[in-house]
Design a protein around this ligand. Sequence first.
Ligand SMILES: CC(C)(COP(=O)(O)OP(=O)(O)OC[C@H]1O[C@@H](n2cnc3c(N)ncnc32)[C@H](O)[C@@H]1OP(=O)(O)O)[C@@H](O)C(=O)NCCC(=O)NCCS
Length: 151
Amino acid sequence: MIVDGPAICELINEYAERGLMLHRSLESVYTSLRDFHVAEQDGRVIGCVATHVFWSDLAEIKSLAVATKDRGRGVGRALVSAAVADARALGVDKLFALTYEVAFFAQMGFEPMERDALPEKVWRECIACPKFDACDETAMVRMLDTSDSER
Ligand SMILES: CC(C)(COP(=O)(O)OP(=O)(O)OC[C@H]1O[C@@H](n2cnc3c(N)ncnc32)[C@H](O)[C@@H]1OP(=O)(O)O)[C@@H](O)C(=O)NCCC(=O)NCCS
């Protein structure tokens, strides 16, 4: 919902301040609001995730964040499931993430992949990242074809 924009932005940027995620402007949240799912509790946004389509067979799961005090209660898993369902509904069969949370994404059925296998356009927004020259995130992928089962 449009009213969630500022809360999504705040959640992401709290983690961005700690170097764990990329900052997002309120404008970028609004322009991709249709990519987002949020988790709410008592009318408060406690988590968010976005699914960004890059090409006919490729989408990114990004801007995944759960409020610090709400972590460890299955919210992250539910958000990943929502993003996977979105990608499946669109017919996209490859979902990737660039992340520091390798163990979490492994739990969610993602596997490490060669970063170089991702198309160049994936790296466009990285130009704004302070770690552009020394990115230490891991690329992980989950294939959503018929061999994939819900986790
Ligand atoms: C990563 C993050 C989204 C996980 O959300 P969460 O709500 O705490 O995760 P869940 O409670 O749904 O955990 C689901 C499973 O993953 C496991 N898990 C959660 N965080 C984990 C971690 N850091 N390492 C390993 N396993 C983890 C849980 O134990 C749980 O396993 P189980 O179902 O077998 O019990 C959350 O910690 C977060 O917002 N981190 C900071 C922002 C960030 O780094 N986002 C990723 C950007 S790509």
